[in-house]
Design a protein around this ligand. Structure first.
Ligand code: SF4
Length: 351
């Protein structure tokens, strides 16, 4: 064992206080691990607390509508995590009589559960000696072992190494200690090696360039899109449409519209999109505002236009609603739409 002991001693003194820690509740552990995927812990904490107030137990999640769970998740992003967690909670109720399975294969088979989540939940909530290897822990192991290239072989080596290192009596603490070390000390940039409990055997530290481990994969430049959307008024109400369930922001509501194609003006794109999407040809009045939003793999500039129709309904397979401005808080919307709501509140929601 190279670092089990010093790591756990460090953890006992330095561990982060988190609302889902030191509580023996597999539901809390599972939910927190899903929320923490791709998301900073400080962002997760208020969402976690709000969610637990709305759904104190897993059965409350299972019997809730998708609309209600998405509303609680609104703003946290990566909404497939929420939809999968909801589906998984229903499977646990139906197939496992409400008891979260502690069997690795059964838990791994639930929607939205990958090897990292399975390792984290089963080690923390069920005391099973299974490593949980995410980007942070891979980085620590890559540095400790002096493995720069993340080849499939290097990955296997890391898995074997952590399987040998994990503490058989405190596997959850071992995994959480690595999570905290990666978050507080062995960070991607400027690791604080002088404060690190496992420095003595760390190869990257010995070689003198810990930041160079693991080798960074060059990211492609992410594309930027112009989007035109319509705030389509009919009297005092405007149109919102629900996004298809399977896909980006699935199940959330939005203003209808879409991407601008090469050579199109914003207005031309809006007319085309509204005709393609919902067979509507409203009168376009003026621009209501523009906001920018960055997703993981692309960014958008969303241009919203005040439009109006006298009568008629959209012809679309997707659910739609005509709502009053004060009713926006009853639906889950993507963050870009919330940015537009702010502009509209300043502007007075008027054509
Ligand atoms: S010594 Fe430095 S590089 Fe090595 S594990 Fe600790 S913080 Fe990371």
């Amino acid at each position: 064992m190279f670092f089990q002991k010093p790591l756990l001693s460090w953890y006992d003194v330095n561990k982060r206080t988190l609302p889902f820690r030191d509580i023996s509740n597999p539901y809390y552990t599972w939910l927190s691990e899903i929320m923490l995927q791709q998301t900073q812990v400080n962002t997760v904490i208020p969402y976690f607390k709000k969610w637990i107030r709305a759904f104190p137990s897993l059965i409350d999640v299972a019997i809730a509508s998708q609309h209600d769970v998405l509303k609680q998740w609104e703003g946290l992003g990566y909404y497939s995590r929420c939809r999968n967690f909801h589906k998984a909670s229903q499977i646990v109720m139906e197939k496992y009589h409400g008891k979260i399975p502690s069997d690795y294969e059964q838990f791994l088979a639930l929607p939205g559960v990958g090897t990292y989540t399975a390792g984290a939940v089963l080690s923390i909530a069920f005391n099973q000696a299974i490593p949980a290897i995410d980007g942070n822990i891979r980085r620590i192991a890559s540095r400790f072992l002096g493995r720069k290239k993340m080849s499939p072989n290097a990955h296997k080596r890391i898995v074997n190494f952590l399987q040998n290192e994990i503490h058989s009596k405190r596997p959850g603490d071992f995994n959480q200690a690595l999570m905290d070390l990666g978050s507080i000390i062995c960070t991607a940039k400027n690791p604080e090696c002088d404060k690190c409990p496992i420095q003595i055997n760390c190869k990257a530290f010995k070689f003198g360039s810990p930041e160079a481990y693991p080798e960074k994969i060059k990211k492609k430049k992410s594309p930027h899109y112009q989007v035109a959307a319509g705030l389509i008024w009919k009297g005092e109400k405007f149109l919102i449409q629900q996004r298809a369930e399977n896909g980006l922001l699935g199940g959330l509501w939005e203003f209808p519209g879409g991407k601008v194609e090469i050579g199109e003006t914003l207005e031309e794109a809006l007319k085309r999109e509204l005709m393609e999407e919902c067979k509507l040809s409203p009168k376009i009045h003026r621009k209501a505002g523009t906001v920018k939003h960055v997703f993981t793999h692309f960014s958008i500039e969303m241009n919203l236009f005040h439009c109006s129709v006298d009568q008629g309904q959209p012809k679309t397979d997707l659910p739609f609603q005509w709502i009053l401005p004060k009713e926006t808080d009853q639906f889950p919307f993507p963050t870009a739409n919330h940015k537009l709501f702010k502009l509209l509140e300043q502007d007075g929601w008027t054509i």
